[in-house]
Design a protein around this ligand. Structure first.
Ligand SMILES: C[S@@+](CC[C@H](N)C(=O)[O-])C[C@H]1O[C@@H](n2cnc3c(N)ncnc32)[C@H](O)[C@@H]1O
Length: 397
């Protein structure tokens, strides 16, 4: 497969103040703090995100613009490390050279898999799976380097889209509705979300447009289970759609996440929710009793690289094997709760067929009582959202 425009993945100047670039080039606090954090990240790349967050909190010697610049640089190094070089000082300086407008010199490999590995700083397995999964993997990786817009979801239990648009608009918040999703509103970064009375009173939650597009397609019924609810991004959306009618159950294996979900549900005015920690005792539902079970499965997160650039380093053969094994296992357990005629909805925030279509195909192979009603994928290069997959299955007997 020929790759279209791989040079799109090379690092480009970000329009930074030349004084910042200069400070990061000379011995001093910006360079010192930046390089110290880079070395810490290099020692444990999968912890890049927490290291960076902590580093930024503690970097009191830097003012806000410098902090932003150091954070941007460290994230850019996660994305472009193979192009910029393995040695941390060399890579740091190579990024600064690009920011000064100097061209990057890179000799691209011949083989498409190796080109993606090199330009995307990803494993051979990830590159191979991307080539097999998306039509334009270069465009996918390029879009995954963009900054995700900030999107909120209107909570219908508390307000309406029109009312919230008007209230926040009157306060001078930069805000506009999504053209694809009724409850989704895009807001400017200057909006201090969690300080706003509207957030405190549960009128909205932060939720990517793609996540909302998935959540609004999940079938509803009088008994609905969110089997991998986490802190409840989509559970709360299901609750908003159910308008406090019927029964909604939220399961997960992480107690802390469920506690957060309970707090958010309280704020959102959800009255029909039961939360249950899997493994802590019997599930509060009998077999074949539910209209809908939604499995928003743990996955590689390949669709969320815009927010989590460090995930690219985790996605390798072992990780994908572990994830697909877990996904199939959860599906098999979750399906026992669905009544005949009911639905099982399976979602991931991955664009990789191996975690999506192939998992569903394996499930269907062993489960003749299930049929596939439809599947859909969203991807950053096509839809401008995080990447997601949703399959809807129906229990025929
Ligand atoms: C993609 S996240 C869910 C995100 C959540 N639905 C949302 O919209 O915010 C996957 C969740 O699966 C949970 N999980 C992991 N292993 C599980 C298992 N064996 N059974 C159920 N949930 C599991 C994780 O704790 C995690 O919260």
């Amino acid at each position: 497969m020929a790759l279209v425009g791989p040079e799109r993945l090379l690092p480009t100047p970000g329009g930074y103040d030349p004084r910042l670039i200069q400070r990061a080039s000379e011995e001093g606090r910006v360079r010192g703090i930046g390089l110290a954090l880079l070395q810490e990240i290099d020692a444990d790349p999968l912890k890049a995100d927490p290291i960076l967050r902590r580093g930024m909190r503690e970097a009191r010697a830097l003012h806000s613009q410098e902090r932003r610049f150091v954070a941007d640089t460290l994230y850019a190094l996660l994305r472009h490390r193979r192009v910029l070089g393995a040695d941390p000082v060399h890579a740091w300086d190579a990024w600064l050279a690009v920011q000064r407008g100097e061209p990057v010199s890179a000799t691209l490999p011949e083989n498409p898999v190796e080109v993606l590995q090199f330009l995307g700083n990803i494993s051979r397995t990830f590159a191979t799976e991307l080539l097999a999964s998306v039509a334009d993997p270069v465009a996918f990786l390029a879009a995954s380097n963009d900054r995700a817009p900030l999107c909120i979801r209107v909570n219908r239990l508390k307000t309406t889209t029109e009312r919230l648009l008007s209230t926040l608009g009157t306060q001078g918040v930069e805000i506009h509705p999504s053209t694809r999703c009724d409850d989704a509103l895009f807001v400017g970064r200057n909006f201090n979300l969690v300080a706003s009375p509207e957030w405190k009173s549960g009128q909205f939650e932060v939720q990517d447009e793609g996540s909302q597009l998935v959540g609004r397609e999940v079938p509803l019924g009088s008994t609905v289970v969110d089997y991998c609810a986490g802190a409840g991004g989509k559970t709360l959306q299901l609750a908003s759609r159910m308008e406090n009618a019927g029964r909604l159950f939220a399961f997960d294996v992480r107690q802390r996440a469920l506690e957060e979900l309970s707090e958010r549900a309280h704020r959102a005015g959800v009255k029909n929710l039961t939360v249950h920690l899997l493994g802590s005792g019997a599930i509060p539902l009998s077999k074949s009793s539910c209209d809908v079970v939604f499995v928003d499965a743990p996955c590689s997160g390949s669709g969320t690289l815009r927010r989590h650039p460090e995930l690219r380093l985790r996605i390798d053969e072992d990780h994908l094997q572990e994830m697909t094994g877990l996904q199939l296992n959860i599906l098999k357990r979750a399906q026992t709760l669905v009544k005949p005629g009911g639905h099982l909805a399976y979602a991931t925030c991955s664009v990789l067929k191996r975690e999506n279509e192939h998992v569903i195909a394996s499930f269907l192979e062993d489960s003749p009582e299930w049929s596939l009603e439809g599947a859909q994928r969203w991807s950053p290069e096509v839809d401008g959202t995080d990447g997601f997959f949703l399959a809807k299955l129906r229990k025929t007997s």
